[in-house]
Design a protein around this ligand. Structure first.
Ligand code: ADP
Length: 477
């Protein structure tokens, strides 16, 4: 059994801004299920909800601050969560990174430096919690100083650093280094310095024993200038300690057999009943009701990363074909406006819903035949996994987690039963359009389509699968 301290700036359902929270709320539970002793540690934000109030454990003094440690639990689990309580930093309303008005916390560097110091004290058992981890699992830049500071300790636990998004690095002016009172030995090119500035993420990338990211393909991609944001050299240098492990999905929330949010439940044997979800969706969205017409879905943030511009370039041609398209999302105003223009032009073909709506997200996953996800980059991606579980075949660009989780329907993969969707290479509208047409051809063959649906629905996207891979990694170090 391993003792694992899991450090994260956000944890679902206590507080969430993105996919990191899902991992922090699921992986520790899955690891506990595999017999491991896991403790989550995170700041005690003002806006934390969905857990019992923290019970006072002790006070730890770091960098002239008296910080309390509180204990609570992840809901419906036995997983202990230690809350780092320091009201001057975490006591105001807002999310982990921004205030109530969406402005970044001006002292965000101080906040997470303090958090990192406390993680180190707990990891070295200097908080006297009578528990010393074998592994400290750190996540994203907010925990980057932990492996760096631990590297200065004797008898330290092993460290894993997981990158959920390379785009955020925690870079601050060099003066912050002095203000944070960080040890001089860590300030050099192979340490925390990044072009004369302080980089939190470099602490994780340079000093952790192992680096992971949330898919094997993204682990390769971040070693290139296009995806490495200036750190591709360092990542390339550490390629032998760098690997990718795909996130799991919540199989209870995303289960077509029990989903209360959809009109008709179904499983891989009764997948023909899925058509009732299409007609219910059409009725809800005001599209002409037809079980036969192929329906494409898309759910997500409407930002450059997601390749929605490629879809926009295809919409005119799509609207001339016998198909329907249902999109749910929000994001860039210009993308929203252009999408809504198409919906007005082709109300019988295209439905655009701007907003965040979990019920509709489930209904699109259940009602559509195919799901578009032409992302320019995608560290892991969840919707392509939900889609496969719902027998809604994803059309994805070959990048990051999309490349790792969707098997393109080619003669070979159709023959061996591994095909689960459609994959294209180039981020150009022509490639997407061609792939949509490829999907339509196969969709017309009912028997073959059902076979593809069953392939997709039988794939294992469980957290247990991911947790086993993390466990192997912990054992290796
Ligand atoms: P990312 O984390 O980059 O936004 P993912 O595919 O990994 O993309 O996860 C996005 C999650 O948020 C999915 O669960 C998706 O269904 C959900 N989601 C995104 N936009 C919306 C929306 N407008 N309404 C409902 N759910 C949404």
């Amino acid at each position: 059994m391993k003792r694992i301290l899991f450090a994260s700036s956000e944890t679902h359902p206590l507080i969430k801004t993105g996919g990191l929270a899902d991992v922090a709320g699921s992986l520790p539970i899955a690891l506990t299920g595999l017999g491991q002793d896991v403790r989550v540690i995170m700041p005690n934000y003002h806006d934390i909800k969905n857990c019992e109030p923290g019970r006072y454990l002790c006070t730890v003094r770091v960098n002239n601050c008296d910080v309390n440690l509180l204990e609570t639990r992840l809901p419906e689990s036995d997983v202990t969560v230690w809350l780092v309580d320091y009201p001057p930093f975490f006591g105001q309303p807002g999310n982990p990174y921004n205030d109530e008005n969406g402005n970044p916390w001006p002292d965000i560097g101080d906040r997470f430096a303090l958090f990192c110091r406390i993680v180190v004290e707990v990891a070295m058992n200097r908080a006297y919690l009578d528990w010393k981890p074998d592994v400290v699992h750190c996540n994203d830049w907010q925990t980057g100083l932990v492996p760096a500071l631990l590297s200065l300790e004797d008898n330290r636990p092993s460290t894993v650093f997981t990158i959920h998004n390379m785009a955020y690095q925690g870079v601050f002016p060099s003066s912050t280094y002095t203000l944070l009172n960080l040890p001089g030995q860590l300030w050099h090119q192979d340490g925390l310095e990044y072009h004369g500035m302080l980089s939190f993420i470099k602490g994780g990338l340079s000093y952790s024993d192992r680096i992971t990211t949330v898919s094997p393909t993204y682990a390769q991609e971040i070693q290139t200038p296009e995806f490495g944001y200036g750190l591709e050299g360092l990542l390339g240098h550490r390629q032998h300690e760098l690997s990718g492990i795909i996130n799991g999905i919540d199989l209870q929330v995303w289960n077509p057999e029990t989903d209360q949010k959809i009109a008709q439940t179904y499983n891989s044997k009764t997948v023909a009943k899925k058509a009732l979800n299409k007609t219910a969706l059409q009725a809800r969205l005001g599209l002409p009701v037809s079980a036969e017409i192929p329906m494409f879905g898309l759910i997500g943030r409407l930002v450059d990363q997601k390749g929605v511009d490629l879809v926009l370039s295809c919409l005119k041609e799509m609207a001339r074909m016998p198909l329907q398209f249902a999109l749910l999302g929000s994001g860039d105003t210009s993308i929203q406006v252009r999408l809504q223009d198409f919906a007005r032009l082709y109300p019988e073909k295209i439905s655009i819903t701007i907003g965040y709506d979990e019920n509709l997200a489930h209904q699109i996953e259940a009602g559509a035949d195919m799901f578009l996800m032409p992302s320019r980059f995608e560290p892991c991606g969840l919707n392509q996994m939900y889609s496969q579980r719902y027998g809604t075949l994803p059309i994805v660009r070959k990048t990051g987690g999309l490349a790792d989780t969707v098997v393109d329907a080619l003669p070979q993969t159709l023959a061996d039963g591994s095909a689960t969707g459609f994959v294209f290479n180039d981020a150009v509208p022509g490639a997407l359009m061609e792939t949509i047409k490829r999907g339509l051809v196969l969709h017309a063959n009912k028997q073959l389509w059902q076979k593809l649906q069953r392939n997709a629905m039988s794939k294992d996207f469980s957290w247990e699968n991911s947790a086993n891979q993390y466990l192997t990694l912990y054992h290796e170090i």
